[in-house]
Design a protein around this ligand. Sequence first.
Ligand SMILES: Cc1cc2nc3c(=O)[nH]c(=O)nc-3n(C[C@H](O)[C@H](O)[C@H](O)COP(=O)(O)OP(=O)(O)OC[C@H]3O[C@@H](n4cnc5c(N)ncnc54)[C@H](O)[C@@H]3O)c2cc1C
Length: 495
Amino acid sequence: MARIVVIGAGMGAMACAARLAVAGHRVTVYERDETYGGAVRRFERDGFAFDTGPGLLPLPAVYRDLFLKTGKEPLEDLVELVQVDPAARHVFADGTRVDLPNASRAGVVAALDGTLGAGAGQRWGDFLVRAREAWDRTRRPLLEEPLWPNWRVLADREPYPSVPHKKLLRTRRASTLAEVGAWELRDERLQELLSSHALAYGLDARTAPASAAVLPYMEHAFGTWYVRGGMRELARAVYERCVRRRVEFVFGAEVTRVVEKDGRAAGVELADGSAVEADTVVAGVDPVLLGSLTDRALDGEGDVASGHAPSDAARFTVLLALRGAREEGAPHRTVVHSPEDQAELDFLTSPGGDLPPRPTVTVFRPGDPALRPDDAHESAVLCATVPVDGGWEDPEKVAHATELMLDAASAAIPDLRERLLWHEVVTPDRTGAVPAPSLAAGGGRFLHPANSTRLPGLYRVGGWSHPGGGLPHAGMSGALVAGLVVEGPEFRGST
Ligand SMILES: Cc1cc2nc3c(=O)[nH]c(=O)nc-3n(C[C@H](O)[C@H](O)[C@H](O)COP(=O)(O)OP(=O)(O)OC[C@H]3O[C@@H](n4cnc5c(N)ncnc54)[C@H](O)[C@@H]3O)c2cc1C
């Protein structure tokens, strides 16, 4: 039995802790805040409750697997998973609206054909078939295995089988997601749809590799799920599973240093000056912070981390307390596309000092009785992808962005302004940057640092490490790190 210290109680770290405890190790999690779940937070006031982190769960299989491997009770016995249908309503910049059914390719094709004109659905459907090929080619090596030492193979090879595009005498193949949209979808609304899938993960379709096609594919193939009672319920279930497996949690305990002894990680120091010895340290925090906790470089020449920029994309969130009941048939999620999509992406990638343009706003209306005081009220969450350093310390800018979000959300919530009791803004400086999932191709710019580090006994877990951010990906990183700790560097992913 090894003594294992885990830094942070985020979803990736807890997923790892539960697996390590089941493997027979003594695991203690040190979390600087007073609660578990990291970004998966809840805000409550006057009987209203809101998820301030992710609003939906893609790829629930990752958490099903976690609960299966760490105990007898399956995930479905501990939380109520609901498939969201329609998966989303899209309100495009030209005002066209379409409801896309959940996890039904035929249904999506029919809905798009019916709204955008014959042929549009088929083009999207054909795109999804190609996206599936990219998924099949990358799922195992990229997501379900520790980062390959020869990761350049993943970085240089584009797995998306783009359609040859003839222009004048040249034949080209799409290398970015925006090119896939322009050359293969050939409809502005379909391009907005494609781009919004990337943006939801903090990515700019103009620079994201074509392999980002796996993001809409994941949603269409595996569905979009909500956890009844709010997404925070998933964090609670993972935390409780950890506790049942005798993982110890110490809250209000900030780790200030990773202690090194005889060339390997040997424990941590805490902000109160105390030290904790350990055989292994697992860090579920961002790489910049982790770098500051150690005295040596954790990555060497040729590792992904060297020269790899952490994500600058964050979320601007507005929580709405509304009087009046949610109308019958209102979708759980509506994406209101930006009329200034290029300006939005410019702001995301080079924020400068200007006011933000009208962003693409995702409106979550869960219609969950647990999140409202009574049936005569509704809680809703508005979310936009923005740069983390967008000047959010300026109250005028925050107020302006909030107004833009409310304007956009009026297309999703009838009589929004009249119904609004109060709102609460959660700015990016409170939640920090949000890492995107790892993607193949793009020269390695969309990969994350390996779970193993150059300091033996120190591992990275969670959204800032391989295979990247988002609930499922962080959960996968938990499985990979547990495998590496238990089976050693030869571990090649579970079968
Ligand atoms: C507003 C918002 C919206 C999001 N929307 C989506 C979405 O739609 N879809 C999606 O898939 N994902 C989304 N995400 C991302 C997703 O929530 C995370 O990728 C996922 O929860 C994985 O988190 P993690 O494991 O990296 O840990 P994190 O959530 O980053 O948690 C890290 C934990 O470590 C603790 N910590 C940090 N430093 C120390 C220290 N020195 N000592 C002790 N503890 C420390 C922190 O307090 C925190 O609890 C969103 C995130 C945010 C913030």
